[in-house]
Design a protein. Sequence first.
Length: 225
Amino acid sequence: MTWKSAIESVAWICVMGAALFVPAGTIDWRGGWIFLGEMVLFSAATAAWLAKYDPGLLKERLGRPIQTGQSSWDKVFMLMMIVIWYGWMVLMALDVKRWHVSAAPAWAMYTGAVLIPLGFLAVLRTFRENSFAAPVIRIQQERGQRVIDSGPYAVVRHPMYAGAFLYILGTPLVLGSWIGLAVLPFIMGLLIVRIFIEEAALRRGLPGYDEYATRVRYRLVPGVW
């Protein structure tokens, strides 16, 4: 698994870099390098932490986007999000470096550069609390999945999504793309739809989740939703 995961990680970095710098037509893009560097650095740091403290979750996180036991809706969602994510990268590269439509100020880049690590830290805090935070929606019966209601899960039901929203928001800001920022509500809307799909699966297959959802009312933002 080590060599396979390493090769896949390098391939992911190469594809991400290509999605940014090939359509940009230049490597002279500070925001692009900051974004790519942060994604590589914090992804590697998260993987290293999981390898030391929760190798079972790391194995789940490195799994395929399509898995046995995964709901059909989630399979469609995962494939669609992969296409949308890389399409979003290409669009922002074209916007900033080819079309020159967006002229974001420096503060936008710095704000995005701060939001991305904050998002990763929030997700890592979720991983620390929940060893069942797999990337796909399925009940992990083989690992004895149970309801987690401690830490951030005592405040909101989906803290990992809340953290993901931070670095997704930071992405178009650090890249300096107003067009990318305009696409953001669509991407976040898709993730909100996935929250409902995930909750339906958890209510059906995870004993105690209904009671947990009654105790913890809010999904993402305390006092709001």
